[in-house]
Ligand binder design. Structure first.
Ligand SMILES: Cc1cc2nc3c(=O)[nH]c(=O)nc-3n(C[C@H](O)[C@H](O)[C@H](O)COP(=O)(O)OP(=O)(O)OC[C@H]3O[C@@H](n4cnc5c(N)ncnc54)[C@H](O)[C@@H]3O)c2cc1C
Ligand SMILES: *[C@@H]1O[C@H](CO)[C@@H](O)[C@H](O)[C@H]1NC(C)=O
Ligand SMILES: *[C@@H]1O[C@H](CO)[C@@H](O)[C@H](O)[C@H]1NC(C)=O
Length: 572
């Protein structure tokens, strides 16, 4: 929790610069990548998650913030002045224009009138998003075939997975493509605007008032009325914050990294998840241990991205984000020794920055807090959450763009029909973000991959588990390994992988059960049972007579939950 509050007021500018061995190199990376210091509230940045570093998150001060005023409130009377900036209410106002613009265009293509309000610019980040080449199909409703073809992309030569061992697996067709969010968002934006869609940029939403007849969105200069509001404000959404309150996150994924020049140009491979060490102890924080993973891929512009990430619990005794940066700088040379001449010759990041052989051009810091109680349920009518704000992806994934595409059709159907049927009650709209047992199942994986404070588990435990799982997965059919690696859990493949992993290494199972604990295990078995039930319901029920009205709306949402909650939406 501590790291997060730092976002509000601390900056590395006023911090003790000798706290970490590599603090000065980290500062140099930030300077080289024009990360503004101080940048404490995220205001003025745009392009979405990870685009700029909130350098404030680097330090944990142990300070607490005042609770912000309620962002969403209800009012029983229609709002008085100032009058709305739009004469006729929009069907839907979308707050946040990263994934928000994708949904906006999709809703517009179904005939709704949509307005997007974005604090920064609707432009998408420059850093590539990786995605499976098949997943882009979902964009057919918002882009023409020609436009999809014209989005710059790069296909990786191979996508590798390895766990501190020479035994690597190659995953053809999984997250094998990098695309340019900037081009993608700009194409979608231009379609949206030329079809009459309204975008308000550089407009930070300040609050939302729910009245009996409309939702009223206010910024400093605008008042916008619409029938429904969609929260697409990402991981730091003030609406999610209002709902989560002081709830301690169940998991945290921290990712840091750079896009840089200097790697061997012939190296075109990607690493999806690779560890080059077992669980390590943090020198600067006794009792804290972490399993680090790497991800790396070539970029469209010829540079290379390297991310270091780790799964944690939200324990206030943990060291902050700067310690992850410190380990990134310390460990990158060894990770990339075969793909970079300077690192291969044993030089450090600092030395390679000095001689110009390692030139970072962008840097990224992501702190993803995840909650078991997901996707998020709204406390007010007329509002629904989509994208990172909703927590619809698993706690293991930071591929939220891919997750959004997977659900785009379902969200678009639900919202279009909600407008037709005048659905506005929170209990109904919350069905769009109802329980997904297959996503709930992934909590056990998160739990088994993060090491609690003072936990004595064997340093090799996580790598051993991952090796066994991948061995089991990769010797199964394509559907099994593809679905897992694209963050979709299905009952058949799950059973298969568990069985195989047990056969391969039965002795690791008692340790796993101990690490996970009886409470989590019981919960998990409940989710697995529900997933199997959802699978059966979706597979065996013939279409019910299509009820009209609100009843029909609810029953269609329930059926979608059966389908998506058992991974039956997923096809290879
Ligand atoms: C380091 C890193 C690497 C990633 N790599 C990948 C990847 O390879 N593939 C992939 O699929 N995904 C990846 N992701 C995830 C992906 O970037 C996110 O899932 C995606 O950006 C989520 O979009 P969003 O619109 O939900 O939220 P965000 O991207 O966070 O966007 C929220 C938007 O809301 C705006 N906003 C916030 N507050 C307000 C306000 N008060 N008023 C108006 N607007 C507001 C923000 O300016 C922003 O534009 C990565 C994320 C990170 C951090
Ligand atoms: C909502 O935001 C507007 C614009 O900043 C402000 O004038 C108004 O007082 C706020 N209303 C509430 C209830 O906070
Ligand atoms: C929805 O509301 C509008 C406007 O109030 C009304 O004209 C329409 O008939 C309603 N539709 C349904 C299905 O109730």
């Amino acid at each position: 929790m501590k790291w997060f509050y730092t976002l509000l007021f601390l900056t590395i500018a006023n911090s003790d610069s000798n706290a970490y061995l590599h603090s000065s190199t980290i500062k140099r990376i930030f300077e080289a990548t024009s990360v503004s210091i101080p940048r404490t509230d995220g205001a003025g940045r745009s392009g979405g998650a990870g685009q700029a570093v909130d350098s404030g998150v680097l330090r944990q001060p142990g300070a607490t913030a005042l609770p912000p005023p309620a962002f969403v409130t209800s009012s029983s009377s229609p709002p008085p002045s100032p009058p709305s900036s739009n004469d006729k209410p929009y069907d839907i106002t979308i707050l946040g224009g990263t994934l928000g613009i994708v949904l906006a265009a999709s809703l517009q293509s179904r005939g709704l009138s949509v307005c997007v309000v974005e604090r920064g610019l609707v432009q998408g980040r420059e850093q590539d998003w990786n995605i499976g080449s098949n997943e882009l199909e979902e964009l057919k409703t918002v882009l023409s075939e020609e436009q999809i073809q014209s989005i710059p992309f790069i296909d990786y030569k191979e996508t590798r997975v390895a766990f501190n061992s020479d035994e690597a697996h190659m995953l053809p067709g999984v997250l094998n493509r990098g695309i340019s969010p900037k081009s993608l968002i700009s194409a979608i934006r231009s379609n949206f605007e030329s079809n009459g869609g309204v975008i308000h940029e550089s407009t930070a939403v300040q609050n939302v008032t729910i009245t009996p007849s409309a939702a009223v969105v206010r910024s400093d200069d605008l008042t916008i009325s619409s029938k429904l509001v969609v929260d697409c404000m990402g991981n730091g959404s003030p609406i999610s914050k209002q709902i989560r309150g002081d709830e301690v996150a169940n998991g945290v994924c921290i990712v840091v990294g750079t896009q840089a020049e200097g790697f061997k140009p012939e190296y075109m491979g990607a690493d999806l998840i690779v560890s080059d060490d077992d669980i390590v102890e943090l020198e600067q924080n006794a009792g804290e241990r972490r399993q680090y993973f790497w991800e790396s891929f070539p970029n469209i512009n010829g540079k290379r991205t390297t991310y270091l990430f780790t799964y944690l619990d939200d324990d206030s005794r943990r060291d902050g984000v700067e310690s992850v940066w410190n380990d990134y700088v310390a460990r990158l040379p060894s990770y990339m020794k075969e793909n970079h001449d300077g690192f291969g010759a044993g030089k450090s990041v600092e030395e390679c920055m000095d001689d110009g052989s390692f030139k970072p051009v962008k840097s990224f810091t992501g702190v993803f807090k995840t909650f078991k109680n997901s996707p998020i349920q709204m406390q007010h009518d007329r509002i629904v959450s989509v994208g990172d704000a909703s927590g619809v992806q698993s706690p293991l994934s930071f591929g939220g763009f891919g997750a959004m595409l997977r659900h785009l059709e379902r969200y678009s159907d639900a919202l279009t029909e909600a407008i037709e049927e005048n659905v506005s009650h929170k209990d109904d709209l919350n069905l769009m973000n109802g329980y997904l047992p297959n996503q709930a199942c992934t909590w056990m994986f998160q739990k088994s991959m993060s090491v609690p404070m003072d936990d004595p588990r064997d340093a090799v435990f996580i790598n051993r588990l991952m090796r066994n799982n991948y061995k089991g997965m990769m010797s199964s059919e394509e559907l099994v390994w593809k679905s897992f690696n694209q963050d979709v859990v299905k009952p058949g493949p799950l059973l298969k992988v568990i069985t195989m992993a047990t056969i391969i290494d039965p002795l690791n199972i008692p340790t796993l059960l101990k690490v996970v604990g009886p409470k989590e295990l019981t919960e998990w078995m409940g989710h697995v049972f529900m997933m199997a039930l959802y699978n059966w319901l979706d597979a065996s029920l013939v279409s019910p007579p299509d009820k009209g009205g609100i009843e029909g709306w609810r029953s269609r949402r329930q059926r979608e939950l059966w389908k998506y909650g058992s991974g039956r939406d997923y096809h290879i």
